[in-house]
Design a protein around this ligand. Structure first.
Ligand SMILES: *[C@@H]1O[C@H](CO)[C@@H](O)[C@H](O)[C@H]1NC(C)=O
Ligand SMILES: *[C@@H]1O[C@H](CO)[C@@H](O)[C@H](O)[C@H]1NC(C)=O
Ligand SMILES: *[C@@H]1O[C@H](CO)[C@@H](O)[C@H](O)[C@H]1NC(C)=O
Ligand SMILES: *[C@@H]1O[C@H](CO)[C@@H](O)[C@H](O)[C@H]1NC(C)=O
Length: 467
């Protein structure tokens, strides 16, 4: 009952009743929409939005700018009682805060992990907080698993996709022990095609240096990097997906760090998701399906067949002093494909340095010079896509706060099979459609000399707002 527009008005005309109904219709859902994904215009690089959790309530005039195409606004002048306060806004704040907490691994997990546990295998979904570190095994997975709404919501509220440093076949989970400074990349064969930028690949090389590569690079790079490589075909023009293309080395974690998973590169492939009945397979499919559907326009019918999750945890830069090993970046690439469409999700957790020393970064903090390259190169002198304004500029640090796909600051989604198309940064399909799916029921009655207007708005999520 925060909007009480009519109570202080004597006998409003039918016109004004309709006015208030339309105002309600206008103000509530649109404000909700703004609150729900404040970073809509990420690609226009709006400074005020999308900074860690502190959003300002938007008033309607600003709202209009952001919803330029909405025909309600053209026909109405909204002057009074702008309905900045929306019943749902608190819920949304709470949801976002929850999501933040998930990212910064809760304290009780820290305690348990720091306390040292036995090495015995655990189910990844067991109640033990340490279970986060154990890869599921096919022989202990629940078969014919039924995913509930509540469980889907829970797993989707976490920022990072699964990566494990224990369990699995070799008790190292997804950890890639072979990726070290002497062998900075390893070859992975897939049993399926991964369409990428007009080509199709059934393999990838996972590099310590923040990218997946499909063909050979030139012998040397000069900075800033320019793709496609100008001298192709004299020099190789590599095909790659670069989440943080820079010369990295594996960093260190501190004893006080909450997430105790080993620094380094993690790699996991999940195949044939459409037929999976085991718990992990079902959860991966449904989580990825909804994250992609809601994160990219035109992906409403997408069903992932195969998924690849690569995580670079606590990576430092080459050329730094010893102490710079504690300056680390953590980021994660999730690829989803149905062998026709391919999507790439980039999750940036933490960016503490921007440039390795060869690209002009200093040896202590890895700052200055030319920052890492973020983007995609098709290879063989064809096409490239550099992710601006972040790539090779100091703004690269903003990757952790911008993006906002699925409502997470730091999550960026792209469609990458034929051309590269950045996602829409919408939090929730339902909320996006809300203004067109409203039903409004009004009742008026007389209370002594006051006419009381009582309206109920039923939103597309069946939320009732009674005014
Ligand atoms: C990948 O497949 C190629 C041939 O298709 C084979 O030569 C190579 O050894 C395989 N690599 C790995 C790491 O399995
Ligand atoms: C290691 O990475 C985590 C995020 O995964 C971060 O919170 C932590 O501060 C990093 N540690 C160091 C020493 O940079
Ligand atoms: C580029 O050209 C080479 C040689 O013709 C070929 O083997 C490769 O598949 C092509 N595509 C990419 C993406 O490198
Ligand atoms: C609004 O009117 C409906 C129908 O008359 C009634 O059932 C409902 O209780 C009223 N709500 C309020 C808050 O007055």
């Amino acid at each position: 009952m925060r909007n009480e527009p009519s109570l202080d008005r004597d006998f409003p005309s039918l016109r004004s009743i309709i006015f208030w109904c339309i105002l309600l219709l206008l103000s509530s859902p649109i404000s909700v929409q703004i609150m729900a994904h404040p970073c809509d215009d990420t690609f226009e690089y709006d400074e005020d939005m999308c900074n860690d959790g502190s959003y300002e309530l938007q008033s309607l005039p600003e709202t209009e700018d952001l919803n330029g195409g909405n025909n309600y606004e053209d026909s109405l002048e909204v002057e009074e009682e702008k309905g900045d306060e929306v019943p749902q806004s608190d819920d949304i704040f709470e949801e976002r805060n929850e999501a933040k907490e998930e990212v910064s691994y809760p304290q009780n997990i820290a305690g348990k992990i720091a306390g040292g546990k036995s090495e015995e295998h655990m189910r990844y979904n067991s109640d033990s907080p340490d279970a986060d570190r154990y890869a599921s095994r096919s022989d202990d997975s629940v078969q014919d698993y039924v995913l509930t709404e509540a469980r889907l919501k829970e797993i989707r509220s976490k920022f990072l996709y699964w990566f494990f440093d224990k369990g699995g076949d070799n008790d190292e989970g997804d950890y890639q022990r072979d990726i070290q400074s002497l062998t900075p990349q390893i070859h992975k064969n897939f049993t399926f095609q991964l369409p990428f930028f007009g080509f199709g690949f059934n393999y990838a090389r996972v590099s310590m240096n923040g990218y997946l590569e499909f063909s050979d690079p030139p012998p040397h790079y000069t900075y800033p990097l320019v793709f496609p490589i100008k001298d192709w075909p004299k020099k190789n023009d590599p095909s790659f997906i670069g989440i943080f293309f820079s010369k990295c080395r594996i960093g260190e974690i501190r004893p006080t760090d909450i997430d105790k998973r080993k620094p380094g590169v993690y790699f996991r492939v999940e195949r044939d998701l459409q037929d999976r009945k085991d718990q992990f397979g079902v959860e991966m499919r449904e989580r990825l399906k909804w994250d992609i559907r809601e994160g990219v326009d035109g992906a409403e019918a997408f069903v992932p067949k195969h998924a690849i999750v690569v995580t670079w945890k606590n990576m430092s830069f080459t050329g730094g002093i010893d102490n710079s090993l504690y300056k680390t970046n953590t980021f994660q690439m999730v690829l989803a494909t149905d062998e026709v469409n391919t999507y790439a999700m980039f999750n940036y957790v933490d960016i503490q340095w921007t440039s390795h020393t060869e690209a002009g970064g200093d040896t202590v903090n890895g700052e200055g010079g030319i920052s890492a390259f973020v983007g995609f190169n098709a290879g063989n002198g064809t096409r490239s896509y550099e992710y601006k304004p972040y790539s090779q500029t100091p703004s690269i640090r903003d990757l952790t706060t911008k993006g906002c796909a699925n409502g997470f600051p730091g999550r960026h989604i792209f469609k990458i099979d034929e051309t590269i198309v950045p996602g829409t940064c919408k939090r929730d399909e339902g909320l996006r459609n809300e203004p067109t799916k409203l039903d409004i029921f009004c009742h008026s009655r007389f209370l002594t000399r006051l006419r009381v207007l009582n309206c109920t708005i039923v939103t597309s999520q069946n939320k009732l707002i009674t005014v």
